[in-house]
Design a binder for this molecule. Sequence first.
Ligand SMILES: Cc1cc2nc3c(=O)[nH]c(=O)nc-3n(C[C@H](O)[C@H](O)[C@H](O)COP(=O)(O)OP(=O)(O)OC[C@H]3O[C@@H](n4cnc5c(N)ncnc54)[C@H](O)[C@@H]3O)c2cc1C
Length: 392
Amino acid sequence: MSYFLTDDQKQIQDTARRFAQKDVEPLAQQIDREERTPRSLVDKAAELGFFGLTIPEEYGGTDQGITTACVVLEEIAKASPAFAGLLSVEMILCPGVVNLLGNAEQKQRILPKSATGERLMAFSQTEPAGAGNTAVHQTKLVAHGNGYRLNGAKLFCTQGEGETYLVMARTSRDGQEGYGVVIVEKEQPGFSVDSYEDKLGWRGTNTGPISFTDIDVAPENVLGDLLTGNADFAPVNQVSFMGHAATSLGCAEGLFDKTLAYIKQRQLYGAPMHNLSPISFKMADCFNKIEACRSLLYNATRMADEKTMTLPMGSMCKAYVCETAFEVCNTLLQFWGGSGMMDSTGVNRYFRDARTKLIAEGATEMHTSGVAHLVLGLSQPMYEGRRTSLGG
Ligand SMILES: Cc1cc2nc3c(=O)[nH]c(=O)nc-3n(C[C@H](O)[C@H](O)[C@H](O)COP(=O)(O)OP(=O)(O)OC[C@H]3O[C@@H](n4cnc5c(N)ncnc54)[C@H](O)[C@@H]3O)c2cc1C
């Protein structure tokens, strides 16, 4: 895809592609096998400037927007969708929340270190009661001194090896219940990463449960208004969903490219396998589906960058692109026959990563139900007339 990218975006795309092929691809199988991403690879992505792409220049970034960030994620996902998933959290979600909710001092303290990769960030919302069921979340902030005291436990925190955590917690003030975001540094007493999960897909995202015991949260570590924090960063969620859609798109493309090469050289019944019309028709169908995803995604990112987004385009992309990318990967896996089942070929990794995307950062049904509410006129877009992009 290059037909509407600017020259700068094409240059970054080229850098990301070379990084993916030279540095990520050789490690992709190891990341999947060992369930860990080497910090050196994360650092290299930071050195290339990827972490600063959505951060304003005054806070150490290059403020190039969501389209550029998605182009980078798409390229990297062609080699390792799992690594791209981890990067999406660093490049879009975490800096986006700080940039949107933080005051100038907080942004100055956190964003430059995020832009250079000096401090990796993580976003922690999900609890055993369910990611979206926030009304019953148990992680609590209780007023203490001039700040708060944090207690609770979270599940499935991507980048459990992070250094700065954005933690969602319940609180109350003057009899009013609230739910907002606080900053917790991994060095704080009472913070603990308990273990790392062994997962079906997105292996290597260093995902695990974390817990907080009597952690003191100073007022300067509260992001925005604690009573409204959750709703306040809905616009960031929407662009973050686009980042995840970009990794699914790259995942489908990565497997498509490998499968195309395979069916041209694989001989079946005395001829290259692509001579079989069911195979070639299905390849054409996968190609169409990938193009449809690309059009939806980059139209959405363009709207986000231009701040003209009036529909929950991130949810629409996340649901449609991730489901379609999984269908594509499922179809392509079949062409590899028994080889597709073997971990050694690296093929089923794409299938597993694509499947994981139907749940991580909100199950498809959660996104679809938000869109359905809007379509049926049961709710208003939460972000209408508000910032939809990070520097907005
Ligand atoms: C690899 C991975 C990485 C993750 N990283 C993070 C992270 O960094 N930080 C973090 O906070 N969380 C993270 N999560 C958690 C993730 O966001 C949740 O798993 C996801 O949102 C689903 O929530 P749940 O697991 O609580 O499922 P539940 O909320 O229990 O939902 C179960 C099922 O119910 C259905 N459902 C849910 N909501 C609706 C609805 N509104 N309408 C209809 N059906 C519905 C869906 O089929 C869903 O799969 C991660 C998850 C995975 C798998």
